[in-house]
Design a protein around this ligand. Sequence first.
Ligand code: DQA
Length: 148
Amino acid sequence: MKVLVINGPNLNLLGKRNKAIYGDKSLAEIETILKNHGQSLGADIVSFQSNSEGSLIDFIQTHSPTADGIIINPGALTHYGLALRDALADCSLPVIEVHLSNIYAREDWRASSVIAPIARGQISGLGWRGYVAALHTMIGELKGEDWE
Ligand code: DQA
């Protein structure tokens, strides 16, 4: 099983950028945590970050045919990235949208996501743990596991 973990614009600066909102872990630290969880759950994690929408779309088009699901924090593209949304919809994989911050408790423009309507679900406001929760949920669903 393979899960793509994709991060959009400015998320390469995690750990330096507005720590009060985004936390103090770097993206590399979060990616390592996800790799370790993936290993214990029997899934390969392929991570990618770009500041450019086109590169994110190229990555999705190249890697989705051999993947089983996508976890994505689209950064600000969440709010206007229609080409990214089309690429995610076109690949027909389950998508979980993650935000470190609570996008509903910030500026009004952040409360709208063009990705959410094509996503399996969204986690917002749980910091880096949101990615871990998304990974466990995605792999659990892909395996058809029952958590009872
Ligand atoms: C973010 C929220 C977005 O509004 C913002 O542009 C980001 C990060 C988050 O993880 O909370 O870059 O996606």
